[in-house]
Design a protein around this ligand. Sequence first.
Ligand code: RIB
Length: 302
Amino acid sequence: MDAKVVVVGSLNMDLVARATRLPRGGETLAGDSFFTVPGGKGANQAVAVARLGGSVAMIGNVGDDAYGQQLRQALQVEGVDCQAVSVCDGVSSGVALIVVDASSQNAIVIIPGGNGLLSAEAVQRFDALLQAAEIVICQLEVPLETVGWTLARARELGKTVILNPAPASEPLPAQWFAHIDYLTPNESEAEALTGLPVTDQDSARRAAEQLLKLGAGKVIVTLGAQGALFVSANGSQHFPAPHVEPLDTTAAGDTFIGGFAAGLSQGMGEGEAIAFGQRAAALSVTRAGAQPSIPYARELQS
Ligand code: RIB
């Protein structure tokens, strides 16, 4: 069966340390625990789509190391089509060094490894997957040239295009906006893309309106515990977040995006898909780690 959702993006092995607080520059801090789990924004989003009822294929790279095998296998057991997850010789797999503090805040350093070698030509080799899909999702943990090519190709094919601009440190290339149906920044990403401070609904609306003016179709600003703000040419709508006690927010955004895409691919309207993604993300923050924290659709039924 052809996958309705294609994710073009990163796979990382997450090396996670928990500590009471994040270390300061130059400081050595004793932590509480350590674990290793599959992550990477692209792979997390693919797993979220699969667990939340969608059919999904991933286009990405791993290195020729043990992490690469584990990352591929983690997707396969969830039913993600991995024919386009390629092994790059002579390079390590992507790795993320993550510290999570007692308030569930995290700090992440990523080493791209194979993700950094995902070229537009490599994506093009799997054009049949893009052609067969309904929804194409990209993030920013693979080369920007590849993201730009994929967005343009997906638009050319008439697909629904979702860009999760993460991680973002600067404005997006101007020519990308016309290719994007849904742009999904969090507060800090919305700020990096627009230069406007984003702390609440009003400031999120101002940033989103600027992104619409640049040409994005619709913008969903995720605001953590403050919910999500959906902004289109027709106005804005706030979606409050379900209240939970957070343990670890890693991959909450990925879970939201995967849930949103899975919802759309199963025929939900935008509002229903946003609320579905939020419920999944809320559950994910009560659990540790990236992929292990992502819920299955059956867990959201009660
Ligand atoms: O969004 C969370 C992800 O960011 C982690 O799994 C880590 O790999 C980094 O890519």
